[in-house]
Design a protein around this ligand. Sequence first.
Ligand SMILES: N[C@@H](CCC(=O)OP(=O)(O)O)C(=O)O
Length: 458
Amino acid sequence: MVRTRQGSPCTIVIKLGTSSIVHEKTHQPLLSILSSIVETVVNLRSEGHKVVLVSSGAIGVGLQRMNLPSRPKSVSGKQALAAIGQGRLIALWDDLFGHLGQPIGQVLLTRGDISDRTRYLNAVNTLQELLSMGVVPIVNENDTVSVSEIKFGDNDTLSAITSSMIHADYLFLLTDVDGLYTANPRKDPSAKQIETVTSISAIRSQVSTSTLGSSLGTGGMETKIIAAEIATGAGVNTIITSSKRPENIFSIIEYYNALKSTSPVDEDPSNANPSISLPRPPHTVFVPSSMPMRDLKSWTSHTLHPSGSVVIDSGAHRVLSKRESGGRLLPAGVLGVIGAFASGQAVRIVVRKPINGSVVEVASAQSTRPNSPTLFSAPLSRSGSSGDLTKDGTTDETNIEIPEFKDEDVVEVGRGLANYNFAQILKVKGLNSSFLPQMLGYADSEYVVENITIRLPP
Ligand SMILES: N[C@@H](CCC(=O)OP(=O)(O)O)C(=O)O
């Protein structure tokens, strides 16, 4: 069922939430949990595994340092507390790991840091370098500089993106419950643990997620399910288990190694050999995708904050949905754009919402009526020449005709990376790609958007 290189060392990401790091009321560090984590990580390292720790807790530790009762409401208040707490948090980790001779490295990331391909690759290289030096990277969000558009928001998402960045075998989401339940096990005695999740969309309808968060962290079960969706989509076995028994990480890895050794090809847990004698430690496992997203696609879908949208027609939506990977959009399928973006930036791929139950087709392709108003597209006051279009996205935007697609008229179906800037794509929308050199003065690619992941088929 789970995918690992059986018996060989694994790359493991362990995420520890605020509620497992500081006491919910006193905000004192939970030293027994932290010490057990440190022992577990060092033991995993001695078995040859590579381990990354994603640690929340900066704001919680900051609260304790300033003797404050609860998280401030303001963003700047939280950022200030994170600045106060992060230093003490990493000092605490360094102290505990130091007792066992294990070096650590601090890695603070924001979504903005990895929205740029070069910076993303730098982050990947740094993590890989730390791992190959035998260091345990300790990752947290760089809260002090994060604003809403560049925030991961919760460390569940950050840990999923980290595990996808380093192609981890396992992501362990350690929390104050030992798995995903059908209802809140603290309130509902009939709540049942879900052992294996093969379909995230199916699980959403079976689980009541609303009450499983704590007052300190920003996550809860819902964010863990989102994280599992990201990580399993990138091929990472994702496991929710209790932070009170981190040593279970060993037993869980052993358990799946044993399953694989009896049934190395069969991925279906119901076909696992019943003679397996190892007990199953309590946890929920999310089975990874059988066709993990290629690195660039995962990066595009989850790490980038899209800068704008490209509106496509229903035919393009159909064709792109048939592609397993690396979908590419020709200008002929483009109806318009929303927002301004440069070439190389991430864009949403959107389609028009149906009107009165049916999709209304835009009246024409541009090849017959260039820049003409359509049902959703009309020139604004800055119309005129199409601008001085340059290859690097430095269009003279003062002269561009911007059509009137609005966010509320469309629905996102996927994401991709733009090969041209918004003005260039507007200029060639609806055209055959053979017109690109003539319209733009150059054509690096016949496709206007590449690396498209369609998440919502027609
Ligand atoms: N970056 C923040 C943690 C964000 C957060 O609350 O995460 P989590 O506790 O995992 O829901 C901090 O260190 O306080």
